[in-house]
Design a protein around this ligand. Structure first.
Ligand code: ATP
Length: 503
């Protein structure tokens, strides 16, 4: 697992997807830069989300709010008082952990034991293996599952009651039961606020303490009436936004899974009070469908319903994805009640209400939120796509099986040889296709090597120009995943590529 993850990180660097920020100065922890391919993949994921949310829903509109917001925003939202993570230090290793993440890691070890049992049984029973039944009946697995559940529920209860001494006690017990850090020497658990502070204004008397926004959602809430009135929106309706958010995360590891500067894609859906249960189910299902539409395997997703709810929520679930280090949150779906709008009313003294012509009354709308990290989605797509495949002749190829709609480069145009006018024809094809797609040209090395390069880069199609092309205006088109090649007319290329990559 760890090796796989290392491969993901080094492949991302080698192929221009993700670089460590400020690398020449030894990097900045949990901050990353995106290279050419990374930007394209990120743009495509964002566009895929935006299309599904805004373009395909007549009642969802967009906004792009500023990162800086009036500081009272964060009093009202609860971030000044409640946006804390429990922090614990190990005195021997001098390492700092987020207590809840540390506990989840212990539970991850238990999960790994379960996966091992499943793999063993799968081997033993072959085709007759029924995973669901095995999970429900195998005594060892049942015990592990119970153990994991009870650890998580004790953690949730202690955190909810802010019983930080018990969180520490739990970590110490786990350390004895399944040693991980090799040390039992922990500090007390402290709460740590995650917001980055900064100052606005130059003169000493006039500066104002600001925060970099830790989520994009508040820019939507404070603009609720502007958007509703300008677009003459009728409830139910949604506002969508993508943009940067900043959190001074304690656990800075796992590559772009948890960053200090990252991008969110959020949608707040405003509804009548009392209808939240039905909209909660609707958006849970809708968002899961969006994920599955990328074809990355149903088995790689699961819901996790929250027992411990944030101060603003009356129901919450995560869509979890199987990352190289196990199942982890990818997206949250939260029923936020009227907490945010109600609180902004209180703090601002401005009414944030909606007059409902259907029911003839004024109310503060309830909100359902879907919130996904763009970078985290990037990691899900990238890590799931990176595969090592054994070929028929016993050699291996590295292939990045990105969903074609998201791939940074859609096709590479390759002249078979660098002479006889083939490069010129290839260039003409490129000049024609580049108005529709991101395409690239490559004439260096043998064509087999060039195919491998494009495989590793995630390019779904290679188009090869050979001598026959000069006679009959046909080329070969090679499919990345199946490696099959077909002979097609140059004039058919656009149609074939559009069919495969259009959103
Ligand atoms: P976690 O428990 O993993 O810290 P969270 O529950 O605090 O996440 P939310 O506040 O619900 O996360 O944020 C919504 C989404 O934003 C998450 O599902 C995740 O995809 C993304 N996200 C949150 N924090 C980060 C981060 N530090 N780096 C990258 N993405 C993040």
């Amino acid at each position: 697992q760890e090796d796989n993850f290392k491969k993901v990180i080094s492949h991302a660097k080698e192929y221009g997807y993700v670089f460590q920020s400020s690398e020449i100065y030894d990097g900045l922890s949990a901050v990353y830069d995106y290279g050419h391919n990374g930007v394209e993949l990120k743009n495509n994921i964002r566009a895929y989300w935006w299309k599904a949310m805004v373009q395909l829903n007549e009642n969802i509109v967009g906004i792009d709010a500023a990162i800086f917001m009036h500081p009272t925003t964060w009093k009202a939202s609860g971030h000044v008082d409640a946006f804390n993570d429990p922090l614990i230090d190990n005195k021997d290793s001098k390492k700092r952990y987020r207590a809840d993440v540390l506990i989840e890691d212990y539970v991850g070890k238990i999960d790994a034991k379960i996966e091992k049992e499943v793999a063993k049984a799968e081997k033993r029973f072959g085709e007759n293996f029924n995973k669901q039944k095995f999970l429900e009946t195998n005594p060892r697995v049942v015990e592990y599952l119970e153990q994991g559940k009870s650890i998580l529920s004790r953690m949730a209860k202690s955190l909810e009651k802010e019983d930080l001494a018990d969180v520490k006690a739990l970590i110490e017990e786990l350390d004895i039961a399944c040693p991980m850090s090799g040390s039992k020497n922990w500090t007390d658990v402290k709460q740590f606020n995650l917001m980055f502070g900064t100052k606005l204004g130059a003169s000493a008397e006039n500066t104002m303490d600001l925060y970099l926004r830790p989520e994009t959602a508040q820019g939507i809430f404070v603009n609720f009436l502007n958007v509703q009135k300008a677009g003459r929106m009728k409830i139910p309706f949604g506002i969508a936004q993508t943009g940067k958010a900043f959190r001074n995360e304690i656990v800075a590891r796992q590559f772009i899974f948890r960053m200090r500067e990252f991008e969110q894609m959020e949608m707040q859906f405003f509804i009548q009070p009392g209808t939240q249960q039905e909209w909660y189910e609707h958006w849970k299902e809708n968002r899961m469908k969006w994920h599955l539409s990328l074809g990355m395997g149903e088995d790689n997703y699961r819901f996790h319903d929250h027992e411990k709810l944030a101060h603003y929520a009356d129901a919450a679930a995560d869509i979890e994805f199987r990352f190289p280090f196990g199942f982890k949150e990818l997206e949250g779906i939260h029923s936020r009640t009227n907490f945010d709008l109600g609180s902004h009313e209180k703090y601002s003294g401005k009414k944030l209400q909606y007059f409902d012509h259907e029911t003839n009354r004024n109310y503060v709308p309830y909100v359902l939120e879907t919130s996904i990290g763009l970078d985290r989605m990037f990691l899900a797509v990238f890590s799931n796509s990176l595969q090592e495949e054994e070929l028929e002749n016993g050699t291996f190829r590295t292939v990045l099986k990105l969903p074609a709609v998201l791939a940074p480069t859609k096709a590479a145009i390759l002249p078979l040889v660098k002479k006889d006018g083939l490069p010129e024809v290839a260039q003409q094809i490129l000049d024609d296709l580049k108005w529709d797609f991101n395409v690239t040209y490559d004439e260096k090395d043998a064509v087999g090597r060039r195919y491998r390069r494009q495989d590793a880069n995630g390019t779904p199609f290679c188009i090869t120009v050979d001598h026959q092309t000069l006679e009959d205006q046909t080329v070969t088109i090679r499919h990345r995943d199946s490696m099959e090649q077909e002979r097609v007319a140059i004039s058919a290329l656009k149609g074939i590529i559009h069919e495969a990559v259009d959103m």
